[in-house]
Design a protein around this ligand. Structure first.
Ligand SMILES: [Zn+2]
Length: 252
């Protein structure tokens, strides 16, 4: 699904971008818009370089705008505005039964997302828990880096690893997305802060997140980051009884 399309732009992923990032599509007047919500579509050109685009600009640039909905979305667990959530619910409800090809594309995107979260995005978080990078996925990750694509068999294998009961709950896809999202938000806050005590506090939370792969509701509130309402509440991630520490004043 990521082969070159007649030399045009290839949709690669939806991802977080730095807040000073500008859309690659420029109007005749010069500078183009930024990304106030810190999320962009990443498109690849014929030379293999990747650039950020806003949704409307991405739709104009690609040959098949429908394919934008099929890219791995690393921002899915960000907070969404009420209106966006409503639109998404309507779109979901009005969607016809997915065709076999659509289902296959969705599975491929899910597999790429899990592979890249484990082997690259969360694995690259400083001082992260070493269990994130998973040796049995190394060969398929290298194949993906070379070709930008996965075979059916590789998709099946990656999804089976994600679902496997031997994969700890904190290493499942949704929790890794929450970790990646919280990491991006904490890094943004640290970069924007000029108070040393605050930076130290946020770094402490970030280190905890890297080691534990979870944040409690109290930690999220203390950090002042906005997260998905169900962030870090996947089944099993808080242990056998699944009590999520939250309302107590305990931060660590
Ligand atoms: Zn744009």
């Amino acid at each position: 699904m990521t082969q070159a399309q007649h030399g045009g732009w290839i949709p690669v992923r939806k991802d977080f971008v730095d807040l000073d990032t500008r859309c690659h599509a420029r109007g005749a007047t010069g500078r183009h818009h930024g990304f106030p919500d810190g999320r962009a579509y990443i498109l690849r050109d014929a030379q293999g370089h990747e650039y950020p685009f806003g949704e409307a600009c991405a739709r104009t640039a690609v040959l098949h705008p429908d394919h934008l909905a099929q890219v791995p979305d690393y921002t899915e667990r960000d907070v969404v505005r009420q209106a966006e959530a409503f639109d998404a619910a309507i779109a979901m409800a009005s969607r016809r039964r997915p065709s076999a090809a659509q289902r296959e594309a969705e599975q491929c995107a899910a597999a790429i997302r899990y592979l890249v979260l484990r082997m690259e995005k969360v694995a690259a978080v400083p001082r992260v828990q070493p269990t994130v990078r998973f040796a049995p996925l190394q060969d398929v990750y290298e194949h993906f880096q070379r070709t930008g694509d996965l075979s059916r068999a590789q998709v099946t294998r990656i999804l089976a690893i994600e679902k496997s009961p031997t994969t700890p709950p904190r290493l499942k896809a949704i929790n890794l997305l929450d970790v990646y999202t919280a990491h991006v938000k904490l890094e943004r806050l640290i970069a924007a802060s000029n108070r040393l005590d605050n930076i130290r506090f946020l770094r402490g939370l970030h280190d905890w997140l890297a080691r534990q792969l979870v944040l409690s509701a109290a930690q999220i509130a203390a950090a002042g980051i906005e997260m998905h309402p169900q962030a870090f509440s996947s089944p099993g991630i808080w242990g056998a009884d699944d009590t999520r520490p939250g309302e107590s004043g305990q931060l660590f």
